[in-house]
Design a protein around this ligand. Structure first.
Ligand SMILES: NC(=O)C1=CN([C@@H]2O[C@H](COP(=O)(O)OP(=O)(O)OC[C@H]3O[C@@H](n4cnc5c(N)ncnc54)[C@H](O)[C@@H]3O)[C@@H](O)[C@H]2O)C=CC1
Ligand SMILES: O=C(O)CCC(=O)C(=O)O
Length: 425
């Protein structure tokens, strides 16, 4: 039977520690009571399952599946499912807590959850991935539910996997339950605008921050790390708003063109090339993909994985503005240096909240049995993102803290007040 090596934690500063460092700073600024601090610091539920799957070669391989519900104080837990080789419990715990803070920052009635399966979907057939997704759903059948815990896509999963989840859950309940998951294909009750929603929120946050920093989008350059759902949509929408995208990257490497990359061409190339940019001729491949982060650009959008901006490279970051499309791309230890350098960082729990916002709209539409137009979805999500940006910006002035800690303050304050009103003591 195949054995999967446990993956090492990516950085000495693991994402859970990074989340906790920021949480502690914000809790101190807010004067959070010890009781509430202890409630909010610990995840409400952690489930780990073994998933034996028959692979195409007839052998059985056992995969580890995780779901963490950090909090359901504001409402049902909400958060994506990640399929990646290096998924580990601390990462999922951090991602689940970030979902709680994210939903509170954009003021939608959800708690936070996250799931992950340790697997490499790039090396699996469609049938193997389907069997894995269905097995994971069945193993989590009592965890998920439209009023309990509502999954969505994350790295390595998309509408196709959400369709299998919805089908498996619906079969187990003897009826169609499309509100159990968001990010579904349109014909299954997906929302117009969900695919591009996270990248769109990144664009709205970037423009709001550029306005504060007096950067003219038509004279600005931008580098984007990660060219999947979030990175490629952020690139399209920022390019449409006038920015010159000079570098993009994915798992195959980083590609640089100081005259600007034609993003539609890059997407067409990726889609016809097994999903990667390897061999893309519209830009020069960089010798070291991590150097994309160090380019002299106005705006840097990390939209791939955690802990890519750390104490090891933060000194060399030259961007004036970082807009975090990914969850946890900056380790907590790098924060202080970013602040010292006068770089504005729009944090993940604000900048990438457009995705969960439109997921919320999808769930609302499913429950109403009704469909909104793309125009209505985009208008409402843009408003929510812009209001959230302004709210966090005001908090950063009021508490004299960087945007990241301000976002945690806004979020923790809301969850703590709700908890206290509900009378959890
Ligand atoms: N999809 C969504 O709606 C949301 C995603 N996010 C976060 O955004 C990030 C990206 O997610 P998606 O775009 O959905 O994933 P995806 O699976 O669609 O794309 C990930 C991209 O990152 C690239 N990549 C992976 N490792 C890399 C590395 N070490 N260096 C450079 N590129 C690398 C992949 O090749 C791919 O282009 C994740 O942190 C995710 O948690 C956050 C909010 C919502
Ligand atoms: O769309 C959702 O419900 C959650 C998306 C997600 O996992 C995230 O924002 O990190």
């Amino acid at each position: 039977m195949a054995y999967i090596e446990p993956a090492p934690i990516k950085d000495a500063e693991n994402p859970l520690e990074s989340m906790m460092e920021r949480f502690n700073l914000a809790a101190e600024k807010l004067g959070l009571s010890e009781e509430v601090y202890n409630v909010l610091k610990n995840p409400a539920k952690q489930v780990i399952v073994s998933l034996p799957i028959t692979m195409d070669n007839g052998k059985i391989q056992v995969f580890e599946g995780i779901r963490v519900i950090h909090s359901n104080i504001l409402g049902p837990a909400k958060g994506g499912i990640r399929f990646a080789p290096d998924v580990h419990l601390d990462e999922v715990k951090a991602l689940a807590a970030w979902m709680t803070w994210k939903c509170a920052v954009v003021d939608i009635p959800y708690g936070g959850g996250k799931g992950g399966v340790k697997c490499n979907p790039r090396e699996m057939s469609k049938g193997e991935i389907e069997r894995l997704m269905r097995a994971y759903t069945l193993a989590m059948i009592d965890v998920f539910g439209p009023d309990k815990d509502i999954p969505a896509p994350d790295m390595g999963t998309g509408p196709r996997e959400m369709a299998w989840l919805m089908d498996e859950y619906s079969k187990a309940h003897g009826m169609t339950v499309n509100a159990v998951v968001t990010g579904k294909p349109l014909v299954l009750g997906g929302s117009l605008g969900r695919t591009e929603a996270t990248g769109r929120g990144v664009m709205v946050s970037a423009l709001a921050a550029m306005q504060k920093l007096k950067i003219n989008p038509f004279q600005a350059t931008c580098a984007v790390q990660g060219f999947g759902n979030v990175g490629s949509w952020a690139s399209i929408l920022l390019e449409e708003r006038g920015l010159k995208i000079v570098a993009i990257s994915d798992i195959s490497g980083a590609y640089h063109n100081e005259n600007g990359i034609n993003i539609q061409e890059a997407i067409a190339y990726r889609d016809g090339n097994n999903g990667t940019l390897e061999g893309f001729k519209g830009a020069e491949k960089m010798a070291d993909a991590m150097e994309l982060l160090e380019l002299e650009v106005d705006v840097l959008v990390p939209a791939a994985v955690e802990d890519v901006i750390t104490i090891h490279n933060v000194d060399r970051i030259k961007a004036k503005l970082i807009v975090e499309g990914a969850n946890g791309p900056t380790s907590a230890k790098a924060d202080a240096i970013i602040n010292e350098k006068g770089i504005m960082a729009v944090p993940d729990i604000l900048a990438n909240a457009g995705g969960v916002t439109v997921s919320y709209f999808e769930w609302v539409q499913n429950r109403l049995g009704y469909k909104w137009t793309a125009e209505r979805v985009n208008r409402r999500s843009d408003r929510i993102m812009k209001d959230a940006f302004d709210h966090v910006y005001e908090a950063s002035i009021k508490y004299d803290v960087p945007m990241r800690i301000a976002a945690y303050i806004v979020a923790i304050d809301k969850v703590a007040k709700t908890y206290t009103y509900r009378g959890g003591f």
